[in-house]
Design a protein around this ligand. Structure first.
Ligand code: ADP
Ligand code: MG
Length: 433
């Protein structure tokens, strides 16, 4: 078994940032990819997917843990792995063919061999006839195909794809997925294993043999399971949808006890960050759910029907749960009585419910407590920032405070003056709960 492993990440952790403000991007990841496996790495933005790819490719050395390639410790760049990025930089002054040849030449493939090899690769990705075209003449999908051909030119054993379809339009993305699957299952690739990073759940279920799910804050693996679906796969098939459901269930999480669910206030322990969601979206979701005939709604179907992307949906789910408006179980979202009440209420009642729920969230509670104790019940942004700097990354502070203000304003708990850069307590925020 061990000899089968192409790459093994052995208890990898990775920190970013300078010594005193280190940020744990990836925590204790153990991942083994064997020959013949197509693995999808799935998770919300910021959970460390790209970081792991960079570690696999040897572009980043992990802060902790070991990387083994075919059992040998990896030092420096991994010569057996190649990454295809979301947008692949082609040389605009070179033709399609030359763009592939240039990679082969860099690898010292003799000119006589380079051309037929490049032509063959372009043929494989479905670009024959476009050899003499320039990148600007190609659609996004075709440019990405040149990217694939280029990645393949170096015959990587391990092909790493970092959201390779997410910059493409829907049709080109689907065509390219099918083509890649065809190449992979047809044995037309020199590649022994593929590691696909995506935050598109359906894409992962459609393509991979195995799905590894990550969660953020800190980035870590929370699930790793095989996809037992035969190919070709049909997106509307029952087994397909069941697998998608399972992934959603894992990603949305079950409702946990409140102290775990809400996290701690700054200075008191593990801070739970607020999901970046607008009130309007929460309102919209609740209004939609309350009009449905049944009590449960499949999150996957919901995402589809509301035309949301899965990232956004996960944030919304998290917010709905945090607020106690919905519960998540077995991939279904169910409105709680509170959520129902909220959805059916008028503006003033909604604000009241919202205020009540939001003030229990540790970060907002902390902010309200501070404002209550402050002189004139106001605090400058710089003071809040200084306090939070021990807890969260600088750019995250700004975002968290924006959410807190957005939510606090709606609940009429607090306000913020942009010009004066000052937080204020609002009347509804004044009385202790
Ligand atoms: P993903 O690809 O899943 O969106 P990344 O691996 O890009 O996640 O990032 C994981 C976390 O690490 C994010 O919070 C991101 O902001 C942070 N991060 C990524 N690269 C750097 C960097 N060079 N310096 C500081 N923080 C970084
Ligand atoms: Mg990324």
């Amino acid at each position: 078994m061990a000899s089968d492993a192409l790459i093994e990440l052995d208890h990898i952790s990775h920190y970013y940032g300078a010594r005193r403000k280190q940020f744990l991007a990836v925590q204790d990841v153990h991942l083994k990819i064997c020959e013949g496996e197509f693995v999808a790495l799935l998770g919300p933005s910021g959970c460390g997917k790209s970081t792991l790819l960079r570690i696999v490719a040897g572009l980043t050395a992990p802060s902790e843990g070991r990387v083994l390639y075919r059992g040998q410790p990896l030092r420096g760049i991994n010569p057996h792995a190649t990454i295809v990025f979301q947008t692949f930089a082609l040389f605009p002054w070179l033709t399609v063919l030359e763009n592939v040849e240039v990679v082969l030449r860099a690898r010292h493939v003799p000119e006589k061999l380079a051309k037929p090899r490049a032509l063959d690769l372009l043929d494989k990705v479905g670009l024959d006839g476009f050899e003499t075209a320039y990148p600007r003449e190609l659609s996004g999908g075709m440019r990405q195909k040149v990217g694939f051909a280029r990645a393949m030119a170096v015959s990587p054993e391990l092909l790493c794809l970092d959201e390779p379809f997410s910059a493409l339009d829907v049709l080109s993305a689907e065509a390219l997925r099918t083509e890649l699957i065809g190449l992979w299952t047809g044995g037309g690739l020199p590649t022994k294993a593929i590691l696909l990073v995506t935050h598109n759940i359906e894409e992962a279920v459609y393509m991979a043999d195995r799905i590894v799910i990550m969660e953020k804050d800190p980035g870590r693996v929370i699930a790793d399971f095989g996809v037992g679906l035969r190919r070709p796969r049909f997106r509307k098939g029952t087994a397909f949808l069941e697998t998608v459901d399972r992934v959603y269930t894992t990603m949305a999480g079950q409702t946990q006890p409140e102290h775990v669910e809400l996290g701690a206030a700054p200075g008191e322990g593990r801070l739970r960050l607020l999901p970046e969601v607008h009130i309007n979206d929460i309102e919209g979701l609740m209004e939609y759910l309350v009009k449905l005939p049944g009590p449960h709604m499949d999150i996957y179907r919901l995402t589809d029907e509301l035309k949301l992307d899965s990232d956004h949906m996960l944030l919304l789910t998290e917010a709905a749960e945090l607020l106690g408006f919905a519960t998540i179980a077995q991939g279904d979202m169910t409105l709680t009585p509170l959520g129902e009440t909220f959805a059916e209420a008028g503006v003033a009642a909604r604000k009241a419910i919202f205020a009540l729920r939001v003030r229990r969230l540790p970060l907002i509670r902390w902010l309200l407590d501070k404002l209550r104790e402050a002189e004139l019940q106001q605090i400058p942004w710089s003071d809040i920032k200084a306090e939070l700097e021990h807890e969260i990354l600088a750019e995250e502070i700004e975002r968290q405070m924006q959410i807190a203000v957005d939510w606090g304003r709606y609940g009429e708990l607090l306000a913020y003056d942009d010009g004066k850069e000052m937080f204020y307590l609002e009347p509804a925020g004044a009385p202790a709960a």
